[in-house]
Design a protein around this ligand. Structure first.
Ligand code: N01
Length: 542
């Protein structure tokens, strides 16, 4: 009797969110056999896990979506300017059905190990249930923000109430009615969740470490006339997205904030504030490159916070001082600062009064104990590298990715890692990823990988690996690109890995802009995949 062989595919894809599902679609078009292994019990990735109160997208619905199928974008109707989590999940489930993707997606399979077999030129992948899969190519579509960061605060195990991380929210929801709730964290997630939790809880205590800038989202129902206009103009909208810095379809004002008179500058900020959303960043060309220009936007938002929050002491705590606007991912909100005017909401500044421990009945800071029934960690993620390093990935010669990246991630174009042949990392570290509207970056990566696989096949090649030289040069370029912006000034940012104790401080995403990045990827491909070494199958009998 021979032992049953592991199921073998051209490609094993990890993750069934935006990236993994589109990758599967493209692989099928190429005629490749593929399987998608997904840890969740449903498709959707980020939108399957992040079900916290108030979860919605900060990009607008009409462009936070796939562009690859005109039929899909014509038939899908968005109900709001910013879609809520359940609506995005419905959209992704619809995509899975519409393109008949589910038959190649295996749910409830968390990949724990992946090892490259040099002789066979195959990746062997193992899941938490002990299943094994084999593929010539391993393609990670694991997301950038999918490994929860729960801070190690002493005493958490002893807490008598229940606690939750926003990125791993119970599927049957959480009822906060009549309860004393604590939220730790005031990033984009906390800023979305806090106003909604405050509506329900008997009392909400917010533990803030870094005060944050936020601009009103100005959410509302989708205007049918606008939706018709969008559908008629999708070709142009998608072109603008692809040719932009951040994957959004709006133009950035070409002038410097310092080139216009004070009253004009102010009225432009006022108009952007009234319009709401991430577009506020585009009010002037140099908000992320000039400290002086940025100060005009930062000061404008600081004044808005002081105007909104009635108690001056609370307002001062909410005013950010330690980083310029948008050097951390800028949140947008619905009634965030207004929430602090409620009598049943308390703000605790944990820079001033650090958290000492979690007790059985609450959170103790240096200024006293805050009694709580429920505790919410809106404390973010081990971003970009976390989801990849959560798997034990071993490349040629058994080298662990964890060792290869001990000083920070090393990639070529965020797509490949030297020493890890035939591994592609969709929106990996060193690509624009989290600095952009994710579906746009995902489509660019997936299309590039699909074209690359087609090239290999057409040329009788079976192996592709980034060279050390190309990786080194790209790594330097990624750091230079960040240094040309103000982004590294936010010293506590997850862009730098600063939110996870012990994580190397390296600027993780590529800040040179999506359009420039995509051009570079296209040039690399046109030059016969410059910076990659490509190899044919060994001759028969060898
Ligand atoms: O996480 P974050 P997030 N004690 O890391 C604080 C995307 N997103 O989940 O700033 C006390 O930004 C931490 O404080 P500090 C988006 O890209 C997208 O909010 O490190 N506090 C910070 O305030 C976003 O940027 C959407 O000092 C602690 C907060 O927790 C990314 O996800 C919606 C702490 C964490 O903020 C992550 O956002 C929501 C500790 N020990 C999010 N540890 C969309 O629109 C951490 N903090 C699609």
């Amino acid at each position: 009797m021979t032992a049953p062989r592991d199921p073998e595919f051209d490609a094993v894809v990890v993750g069934a969110g935006f990236a993994g599902m589109y990758m599967l679609h493209r692989l099928r078009e190429l005629g490749c056999s593929a399987v998608v292994l997904e840890a969740g019990h449903g498709v959707g990735g980020t939108w399957y896990w992040n079900r916290y109160p108030g979860a919605r997208c900060d990009s607008e619905s009409y462009y936070y979506s796939y562009s690859f199928s005109d039929e899909l974008q014509q038939e899908w109707e968005w109900s709001e300017r910013y879609p809520q989590q359940p609506e995005i999940l419905r959209y992704l489930e619809h995509v899975a059905d519409r393109f008949d993707l589910r038959r190649d997606i295996r749910l409830g399979r968390r990949v724990t190990e992946a090892a490259f077999d040099d002789d066979a030129g195959r990746w062997h992948v193992r899941t938490d249930g002990g299943e094994r899969y084999t593929g010539r190519f391993l393609i990670t579509a694991v997301g950038c923000l999918s490994t929860a960061n729960v801070p190690r605060i002493p005493g958490l195990d002893a807490f008598d109430g229940r606690w939750f991380h926003t990125g791993n929210w119970p599927h049957d929801g959480v009822d906060f009615t009549g309860l004393r709730v604590g939220v730790i964290g005031t990033g984009s997630t906390g800023i979305q969740a806090i106003p909604v939790i405050a509506e329900q809880a008997a009392h909400l205590t917010v533990f803030q470490r870094t005060a944050n800038y936020s601009v009103p989202a100005r959410n509302g129902p989708m205007d049918p006339a606008f939706q018709r206009e969008v559908k008629a103009g999708y070709a142009e909208i998608r072109r603008r997205q692809r040719e932009s810095t951040n994957g959004h379809p709006f133009d950035v004002e070409p002038r410097s904030a310092l080139s216009v008179p004070e009253d004009e500058r102010r009225s432009r900020y006022e108009a952007a504030w009234r319009r709401g959303g991430l577009r506020f960043r585009a009010t002037f060309a140099d908000l992320l490159t000039s400290v002086e220009a940025n100060a005009t936007a930062s000061d404008f938002i600081r004044a808005k916070i002081r105007e909104t929050v009635r108690d001056p002491e609370t307002a001062e705590k909410l005013v950010p001082h330690d980083h310029p606007f948008a050097t951390k991912r800028p949140p947008i909100d619905t009634g965030y600062f207004e929430t602090y005017n409620r009598p049943d909401v308390t703000l605790v500044d944990v820079r001033e009064n650090p958290i000492v421990e979690i007790t059985t009945s609450g959170v103790r800071t240096t200024s006293g104990t805050h009694p709580l029934d429920r505790l919410v960690f809106a404390t973010g993620f081990d971003a970009l590298t976390g989801p990849l390093l959560a798997m034990d990935v071993r490349g040629a010669g058994g080298r662990a990715l964890r060792d290869a990246w001990s000083d920070g991630p090393r990639t070529y174009l965020g797509l490949q890692v030297p020493g890890f042949p035939n591994l592609f990392t969709i929106t990996g570290p060193g690509s624009p990823s989290v600095l952009t509207n994710m579906p746009t970056s995902i489509e660019q990566h997936v299309d590039w990988i699909a074209d690359c696989l087609a090239h290999l096949r057409e040329n009788g090649l079976v192996r592709i690996e980034a060279t050390e030289d190309a990786e080194r040069a790209w790594g330097e370029h990624v750091q230079e690109a960040a240094q040309r912006t103000l982004l590294p000034m936010a010293s506590t940012s997850w862009y730098l890995g600063a939110n996870v104790p012990g994580k190397p401080r390296v600027f993780l995403p590529y800040a040179g802009g999506l359009a420039a990045y995509a051009r570079r990827c296209a040039e690399v491909a046109a030059a016969g995949y410059a910076g990659f070494s490509l190899a044919p199958a060994p001759a028969a009998g060898r």
